[in-house]
Design a protein around this ligand. Structure first.
Ligand SMILES: C[S@@+](CC[C@H](N)C(=O)[O-])C[C@H]1O[C@@H](n2cnc3c(N)ncnc32)[C@H](O)[C@@H]1O
Length: 259
């Protein structure tokens, strides 16, 4: 298939390079999992598109995983089903084959998100659920003051929420997902109250946006943040976040049900 990397990666990020430590830092968070479960409603059979290592796949549901990157497929734990090697844009399933479809932290990487969402809508009889970030909100995070190029990259990559709802069709709802202070899924905003975590190069690597900036920018970021943490400047400006149990950032769950 054209446009796929050496390990089969189909998106704009190369998971042959990024993927190795992904599962270590990106453990599914139970509270975010509850938001996804609520959106899936009473579904029993679910297709998980861009399933990666299987985060947020409920073992109480019958899940069919779709994942193009061999590196990500290899990180799926033994208790989960093996993933089908396919892309969102061409799902190898019949119309209405599943009760529901979900895609988590993946839609921004697809070469044609409209085609992928149409496919999700086609194969799901019930809800099609998308967990993603609202690009209009990603720059409202303190990280923007330290690594603007990373969040500019994020803002460019994430499709606008209105474009996602239009492509999904049906009756759509968009709900903000609060991020817990001890969130176990290490995307950038998950560290809103733990800035020290972003000094760890492996934690940064588990968020694909960091792979789009050069080493010099990453080193400058780490030096600036370390300086402000050592001097207390970060805490003087943002320290109240350390006591905040949840952060409402750019994370949203979009649900489409047939009209
Ligand atoms: C950030 S990871 C998220 C993985 C998993 N859903 C999770 O929450 O941990 C994005 C995933 O989307 C996959 N992906 C990229 N382009 C895709 C496409 N066109 N169709 C299906 N999956 C794709 C990548 O290979 C990667 O595993």
């Amino acid at each position: 298939m054209s446009g796929r990397g050496a390990d089969g990666s189909a998106g704009d990020a190369d998971y042959g390079t990024i993927g190795g430590g992904y599962a270590t830092y990106r453990q599914p968070d139970a509270r975010i999992g509850q938001a996804i479960a609520a959106a899936l409603g009473g579904a029993r059979t679910v297709v998980n598109v861009g399933a990666g290592a299987g985060s947020y796949e409920s073992t109480t549901l019958e899940v069919t995983a779709v994942e193009p990157s061999a590196s990500m497929r290899a990180q799926r734990p033994a208790h989960l089903s093996a993933a089908v090697d396919a892309v969102a844009e061409h799902l190898p399933f019949d119309d209405g084959a599943f009760d529901a479809a979900m895609t988590i932290f993946s839609v921004h990487q697809w070469s044609d998100f409209r085609a992928g969402l149409r496919e999700m809508r086609r194969v799901a009889r019930g809800p099609a659920v998308v967990l993603t970030c609202d690009p209009g909100l990603v720059r409202d995070f303190w990280l923007y003051e330290y690594a603007p190029e990373v969040l500019d990259t994020e803002a460019r990559r994430y499709p606008a929420v209105a474009d996602l709802t239009e492509a999904l069709g049906g009756r759509t709802t968009v709900t903000a997902v609060p991020i817990p202070v001890d969130c176990t899924d290490g995307f950038n905003e998950a560290y809103y109250a733990r800035p020290e975590m972003l000094l760890d190069p492996a934690a940064r690597q588990a968020c694909s946006a960091w792979s789009f900036v050069d080493e010099e920018a990453r080193e400058r970021f780490a030096a600036d943040l370390r300086r402000d943490l050592d001097s207390g400047a970060w805490d003087a400006r943002f320290g109240t976040l350390r006591q905040q149990p949840f952060y409402e950032g750019s994370l949203v769950v979009i649900t489409s049900v047939p009209a």
